[in-house]
Design a protein around this ligand. Sequence first.
Ligand SMILES: C[S@@+](CC[C@H](N)C(=O)[O-])C[C@H]1O[C@@H](n2cnc3c(N)ncnc32)[C@H](O)[C@@H]1O
Length: 201
Amino acid sequence: MKEMWDERYAVDEYFYGVQPNRLLQSVVGILPSQANVLCIGEGEGRNAVFLSRLGYKVTAIDFSIEAKKKAEELARKNKVSLDYQVYPIEDFYFGEKKWDAIISIFCHLSISIRGQAHKHIESALKTNGLFISQSYSPEQMKFKTGGPKDPSMLYSESLIQSDFTKFHWIRLEKVRSEILEGKGHTGLSSVINAIGLKKEY
Ligand SMILES: C[S@@+](CC[C@H](N)C(=O)[O-])C[C@H]1O[C@@H](n2cnc3c(N)ncnc32)[C@H](O)[C@@H]1O
């Protein structure tokens, strides 16, 4: 898997473009100022750089070293700095009640690691911390405009609800949306938008 991503990213062109994800752009105003933000599966840096330019303290993780090189180049061009750590998500220490927000944009994890990673995300968020995620739903198999080919890696509202038990969902919806992000995401898509506030129950 990691090799596939390194190969994909080892070219000059940004596979998902350099503009931030539109869902993230539309909700970024709800982040508290000075927020300590973690971006998982960050890839070539478009979302982390966007957040960094807005003054947030951003840490990014991804297991692709090629992704990190491109993210750092994008950060340099935008005159911001990133703490970008090359780690498999399954080995990363997320910490406890550490982050004001965790961002997961099209970070589709395999079932063998997903449940545990989601538990770590939940406990790593501060109370009232935000989880912001966009992912492809199983319906995306029809559209062929991006996303994993393996249906077991697609997400649903019920999967998110059962993996994350401590959240108040501001938005949890399956929608069809035009996703145009570089070569990688190329048109009408079926996505799950999840924006949740961590509560202590
Ligand atoms: C579809 S890309 C999305 C990249 C970025 N979030 C964006 O929207 O531009 C998914 C990313 O997740 C990373 N990834 C997938 N599984 C991972 C894992 N187990 N640990 C760390 N990174 C992973 C890949 O390297 C890839 O960069």
